[in-house]
Design a protein around this ligand. Structure first.
Ligand SMILES: *Cc1c(COP(=O)(O)O)cnc(C)c1O
Length: 390
């Protein structure tokens, strides 16, 4: 019933796969990390734009708490749905160019909701092999048949869509993959879904706030609107710096979710103050494109540096920069060696990534400077084995 280190099991040594929770004593996305020493630098946060600690967002939250109280006091369908939630939903719909948007407590529950509300035993759900765990769990909750296609391979998705046991259901992909940082071939997938008459869903947890003319995410960057991507899901706890998630799409989709999605109906609404803070965060994304430009500059600078040093970086255009190390042990060793140099970079191991693909997941943020990246490159150059990724 309880796990011992021996029971984890894998080709990697079991002890190398045990997770521990580190206690952080400072905000995220900031560049400081006390565990990494007084001058420590952290590259471990999804707060890609540094908005979690941005004063206007923090102030919107405290102002919101004074206006609305701290908790929402109920589920959306009973008493918890406030004007603040409503305003944020309208703003998110307008921003992403969708008819309506619906807020969820978090991304995990948003994904469970979509799959449970829209699919049942007779449906089939076709997903990228590297999709997030919440998308697998959603299929389980729905009872639908699950088919997984090779990562990023449109032809493989088409093959599974054609193979057709079960009624058409959903084709689901992330916009930017959370552990690889690469883009999904969204245009090809949208065409494949249309040809097979299945509904296309994109989880843009790591794309929202970063890409698109106003930071609306990878769908906007590919000029894919509601017709091409009828279900757009994104989280608020990453680039937007707050917490929660939303699904955007047609009024009919949103109404279906409200009426049917159990992880939506049977949970307390997000604190309204969080909705207030997120409204401001969204405004910052739109009005301060220099944050994104600075981040893209850092990404380019870091990648160029890694290439010059011959480091085994996997190809990624995003703030998620995976450095391939293979075994869990190698990833842990490098992560620990970096920590002794005051650099905080998490080792990502199975089962979060497939066996033999353990890596460092380096997260860059607009709160970093070029000097910070120089220090990271110096540390990596000192401790990283020069390997060739597969
Ligand atoms: C983080 C993440 C989620 C879950 O969102 P939370 O708000 O953290 O629950 C879902 N999908 C993807 C791709 C994610 O990276």
């Amino acid at each position: 019933m309880f796990m011992s280190p021996e029971s984890v099991g894998d080709t990697d040594c079991a002890a190398d796969l045990i997770r521990i929770r580190r206690i952080r004593e400072a905000p995220s996305g900031g560049i400081r990390h006390p565990d990494a020493g007084r001058d420590g630098l952290a590259f471990d946060s999804n707060d890609y734009l540094g908005l979690a600690t941005y004063r206007p967002v923090q102030e919107a939250w405290s102002r919101g708490a004074r206006i609305w109280g701290v908790g929402s006091g109920g589920s959306h369908l009973l008493s918890g749905h406030t004007r603040a939630h409503e305003r944020l939903e309208e703003a998110l719909a307008a921003w992403t160019g969708r008819e309506r948007a619906l807020l969820f407590s978090n991304g995990y529950m948003a994904n469970l909701s979509v799959l449970q509300a829209l699919c049942g035993k007779r449906h089939r759900v076709v997903q990228d092999r590297l999709n997030h765990a919440s998308l697998w769990d959603g299929v389980r909750l729905s009872g639908a048949r699950l088919r997984r296609y090779a990562h990023g391979k449109v032809e493989d998705a088409e093959r599974l869509l054609r193979s057709g046991e079960g009624a058409p259901g959903l084709l689901v992909s992330e916009g930017v993959f959370s552990m690889d940082g690469d883009w999904a071939p969204l245009t090809g997938l949208a065409a494949a879904a249309r040809a097979a008459r299945v509904t296309f869903m994109v989880d843009d947890a790591h794309g929202i706030g970063i890409w698109g003319p106003e930071g609306q995410g990878t769908c906007a960057a590919h000029a894919l609107g509601q017709d091409e991507v009828p279900i757009l899901m994104a989280t608020l706890g990453k680039a937007l710096g707050t917490y929660g998630a939303f699904v955007a799409g047609s009024a009919a989709l949103i109404e279906t979710l409200i009426q049917r999605a159990r992880p939506y109906r049977y949970t307390t609404a997000l604190p309204p103050a969080l909705a207030e803070a997120t409204l401001i965060a969204r405004q910052c994304v739109i009005r301060e494109p220099e944050r994104r430009e600075h981040l893209f500059g850092l990404i380019h600078y870091f990648k160029t540096g890694c290439t010059e040093l011959g480091l085994p970086l996997l190809p990624s255009p995003s703030p998620i920069q995976p450095l391939w190390l293979g075994s869990a042990r190698a990833a842990l060793d490098v992560s620990r060696a970096l920590a002794t140099r005051g650099l905080w970079v998490p080792a990502i191991r199975p089962p979060t990534v497939p066996r033999g693909q353990a890596r460092l997941r380096i997260s860059l943020s607009a709160s970093h400077s070029r000097a910070n990246i120089d220090r990271l490159l110096e540390g990596l150059s000192d401790v990283c084995p020069r390997l060739n990724p597969p």
